[in-house]
Design a protein around this ligand. Structure first.
Ligand code: FAD
Ligand code: N01
Length: 546
């Protein structure tokens, strides 16, 4: 028996008993709590490692942090009253506003009383005799529950790369996903930023405007399209509120959870000039419509994709004055959209500033951090502050940080050693009554996430209600259903552009992580229908017992 399994059983304290334990109090955990406590009437507790609620929006307080789904659909749809009373100020609100929204949700539905903050779940063991989960937290407590629901987030386990010398750095360093609550003063500082993903692209323009000097260390250049944020006028807000039922229906029945109709045209059926006119219009409009609303085949056909990729490169060359810097910023080694595409506010323009330097760490790799800065193979960069915009151990990192043991002491870490295996991204064979909101094998990070989160929460809530009504104690994915789903997810991933990049979708950003494409590429609407059909068909692929 493993050390951890023994530890959970041997903790001296008597466990608290609940119907449901939820791990995490972000978008997912908050709605899950509402659903099982207020709709189903179950005794529920949420454990949250952070000092407050909000998940992503609690932790990511870096300069420039904001959403890139538009606020009117980057929000919950489950309460009409909530929808009608909340006023978003802009298309892409900044982190404080999104956090305020989630705090409002928690207050409105009186959620805080069942959330234990600053409480990290360290282990969870399924006790076969009682068919209950035994959950151990870092405050030494243990809890038992019939159902264990993971709402730990796909992008919550911060990744600080193991660069030699960080311990000896005499300046300050920060990871964007663990940003200090009272901010960072960049005035008169020489700042180094490692990373040019969505986060780095949001942070660099804001840091550059405050710091004495910003050096951006880029490993992979990124395709980015302007966000063109704008305030929402009272008329626009009224129009959105009036149309909410249709907007929400649209998002649920769409491919990516966005309320836009995908284009029915191929990029290859237009002349070069006609196509460029489409790209130009969407570039001026800004946001994700460039990807979703231009041509249907950008993520399906490499030649079509290249037309969009080349358009973005041409824009980078137009914006950035120094041709060498522009060429370094222009991505050429992966298709557009094969890595999570960012949108930005003045990212490429930032490299025209006198106080900004771009360092290509593929040409001159980082060797080490020194007491006074960062050394690449080409020389030393003196720095007062290092910002790690280096992303997350995505999709599996937060879940596997917990020692989870299913039937016969089976460890989830062992089970997933060669990549995550789930049925529908919702359950794992060998781990009865454990549900994973936005788990690997579901659309999750390939969608506007609140749509996928709500779908999972509602499916799980309905499933628990079904079990209780039917007098069943457990539900568990069968190994055969899991196997078939894993194969299906992998087959779909081969079809488009996604397998053509070293992205965090495949775990390529974490040294040693098995490369497996983790999200489900089949789209939000298909996926929803599949989950609904499984439930309607007596939970096909699951075994219900007890
Ligand atoms: P999270 O918000 O990550 O919450 C998980 C919570 O679980 C965290 O608070 C964490 O502390 C807690 N937790 C984890 N492990 C434990 C443990 N062992 N014990 C206790 N607590 C634990 N998505 C979009 O669709 N559109 C966007 O515009 C968008 N913008 C984003 C911007 C940023 C900067 C980032 C990082 C992500 C963004 N995302 C966006 C993705 C975003 O993560 C989701 O939209 C959503 O917020 C996820 O909610 P969640 O509750 O599932 O997870
Ligand atoms: O993380 P990332 P992120 N040496 O992994 C580089 C969501 N999000 O925090 O590409 C040098 O994308 C790494 O290089 P490479 C969104 O889903 C949304 O930016 O691996 N560089 C890359 O440039 C997003 O996709 C918003 O070669 C290293 C960067 O660090 C997800 O969160 C805003 C390195 C990491 O990019 C993660 O985004 C922010 C090393 N050792 C985030 N290790 C919205 O606006 C890593 N890098 C919605």
């Amino acid at each position: 028996m493993s050390q951890s399994f023994a530890t959970a059983h041997q903790r001296a304290v008597e466990p608290e008993h609940h119907d449901v334990v939820i791990i995490g109090a972000g978008f997912s955990g908050l709605y899950m709590l509402y659903r099982v406590r207020d709709v189903l009437g179950l005794d529920t507790v949420v454990f949250e490692a952070g000092g407050g609620l909000g998940g992503t929006w609690y932790w990511n307080r870096y300069p420039g942090a904001r959403c890139d789904s538009e606020s009117f659909y980057y929000s919950y749809s489950f309460s009409e009253e909530l929808e009608q009373e909340w006023e978003w100020t802009s298309k892409y609100p900044e982190q404080p506003e999104i956090l305020r929204y989630l705090e409002h949700v928690a207050d409105r539905f009186d959620l805080r009383r069942d959330i234990r903050f600053e409480t990290r779940v360290e282990e969870a063991v399924f006790d076969e005799k009682t068919a209950r989960w035994l959950v151990g937290t870092d405050d030494g407590q243990r809890s038992s529950a019939q159902f264990l629901i993971s709402a730990v987030g796909c992008l919550s386990a911060a990744n600080v790369p193991d660069i030699p010398g960080l311990d000896c750095f005499e300046g300050d360093w920060y990871h964007t996903g663990r940003w200090p609550h009272d901010g960072v003063d960049f005035a008169n500082k020489r700042v180094g930023q490692i990373g040019t993903g969505s986060t780095g692209i949001q942070a660099a323009p804001v840091i550059a405007a405050q710091a004495a000097h910003l050096t951006v260390f880029q490993r992979t250049p990124n395709y980015s399209v302007p966000a063109r944020d704008a305030a929402l006028t009272p008329e626009r807000r009224a129009e959105i509120k009036e149309n909410y039922p249709a907007i929400r229906k649209h998002t649920r029945e769409s491919f990516g959870g966005f309320p836009y109709d995908p284009s029915s045209r191929s990029a290859l059926e237009l002349t070069h000039d006609e196509r460029t006119a489409v790209y130009e219009r969407l570039w001026q409009e800004g946001g994700f419509k460039f990807l979703w609303g231009s041509f249907y085949d950008l993520l399906l056909n490499e030649e079509a994709n290249e037309t969009a990729a080349e358009f973005i490169r041409s824009k980078i060359r137009e914006i950035v004055h120094d041709p060498t810097v522009a060429e370094t910023l222009a991505p050429k080694d992966h298709p557009y959209g094969s890595k999570r595409p960012p949108i930005d506010t003045d990212y490429f323009e930032t490299f025209n500033r006198d106080n900004v330097t771009l360092v290509d760490v593929r040409a001159e790799p980082i060797e080490q951090i020194t007491p006074t800065g960062l050394r690449t193979t080409a020389g030393d960069h003196e720095l007062d502050i290092i910002v790690f915009a280096t992303g997350f151990d995505a999709m599996t990192g937060a879940l596997l940080a917990i020692d989870i043991r299913g039937r016969d002491g089976l460890s989830l870490r062992d089970k997933w050693a060669d990549g995550p295996r789930t049925y529908l991204g919702l359950q794992i064979a060998g781990f009865p009554n454990l549900f994973t909101i936005t788990g690997p094998g579901s659309p999750s990070v390939l969608s506007n996430m609140p749509v996928s989160i709500e779908q999972h929460v509602e499916w799980i809530g309905d499933c628990i209600a079904h079990l209780r009504a039917a007098g069943r104690a457990t539900i568990e994915a069968t190994p055969a259903a899991e196997e078939a789903w894993v194969d299906h997810v992998a087959d779909l991933a081969q079809l488009g552009m996604f397998s053509k990049a070293n992205s965090w979708y495949v775990g390529a950003n974490i040294p040693g992580k098995k490369r497996v494409f983790m999200p489900y590429v089949g789209g939000v609407a298909n996926y929803r229908h599949r989950c609904d059909a499984v439930a309607a068909n007596a939970y096909e692929g699951f075994e219900l017992s007890g």
